[in-house]
Design a protein around this ligand. Sequence first.
Ligand code: NAP
Length: 332
Amino acid sequence: MDKVRWGLLSTAHINRRLIPAIRASARGELLAVGSRSQAAADTYAAEWGIPLAFGSYEALLASDAIDAVYIGLPNHLHAEWTTRALAAGKHVLCEKPFAQTLAEVDRMTAAARDNGRVLAEAFMYRHHPQTKIAGEFVRAGRLGRVQLLRGVFTFRMGSRDNVRLRPEWGGGSLWDVGIYPLSLAQFLLGGPPEWVFGDQWRGPSGVDEAFSGALHYAGGAMAQISSGFGVPYFNHFEALGDEGRLVFTRPFNSLERDDRRLTFIDAAEAAHELPVPEMELYAGEVADMHDAILDGRPSYISLSETRDHVRTVLALYESARRGERVYLEEIS
Ligand SMILES: NC(=O)c1ccc[n+]([C@@H]2O[C@H](COP(=O)([O-])OP(=O)(O)OC[C@H]3O[C@@H](n4cnc5c(N)ncnc54)[C@H](OP(=O)(O)O)[C@@H]3O)[C@@H](O)[C@H]2O)c1
């Protein structure tokens, strides 16, 4: 096998970012799409030039023509379809948020292990050079001791008829976009917080339409993260240490083109631009799956990191519900 043959599980909006990334790679090819209706699958396959169209997710998973699937389903369906895909012998790249409970994460992880297949969380920004260069900068001690982190991801929800507003489908701004700064803090500090404090504003449907979280780490570092559905599109992150601060411009996503930047502002307030090579945002996660499947390399984002993303989100929601700090060890 020298190429991974991909199938898309659903006609999700987000597919449009994965499709060019698969097609740009010499190690993958897009072979199929599966949808809940044959008509939708046929229309989508014709629009995107995809050879095979299946009228159910089960039919796609039963096909021997597919090695790996991309799961861009609504959040509450990630665990079920990931587990089913792994049981059918497929490798899986599953969108964030990976799952809604730790029990689901553990079931998905066990299914990957038991079936000997690759499973990874699709956190595209983690594979971008901007994030990797920042990680190296922090780990080389260039910021000194990192003390404070702050990150935000917001956008204005166009329609009220959006899956992100449905509580029973894993809706909410923290699950949807707050998990980005949360995961970047975890990456830079090398692990999850010890305890968290969460605060939320819940809209009419019951999901958090704005969330603010304080995260406390072993060693004394603290992070503040914010997310929201009600203010214009914005994402930003800063890491502050003894020696200065690292400012991430558009760390998670940019609407038009890859224009992310990293700026180190030293203790004398002088700004130093760190060169960030351009890379198609979704190319890295696809290349990583190809390396894991074809070369047997471990996935760049481990399932234990993924478990901690979910655990921290759950702790923050629990804290917001109770109105008090929650230790991560309480979340099981
Ligand atoms: N990494 C990123 O940059 C990024 C960006 C956006 C979204 N996401 C993630 O990707 C996932 C999908 O988001 P999206 O905005 O692309 O979603 P979407 O356009 O609403 O698509 C979800 C797809 O799920 C399928 N589906 C199955 N059961 C459904 C149901 N009961 N109701 C509605 N759809 C159902 C539908 O496909 P069929 O009709 O073909 O079956 C639908 O097209 C989410 O988990 C989100 O967090 C990630």
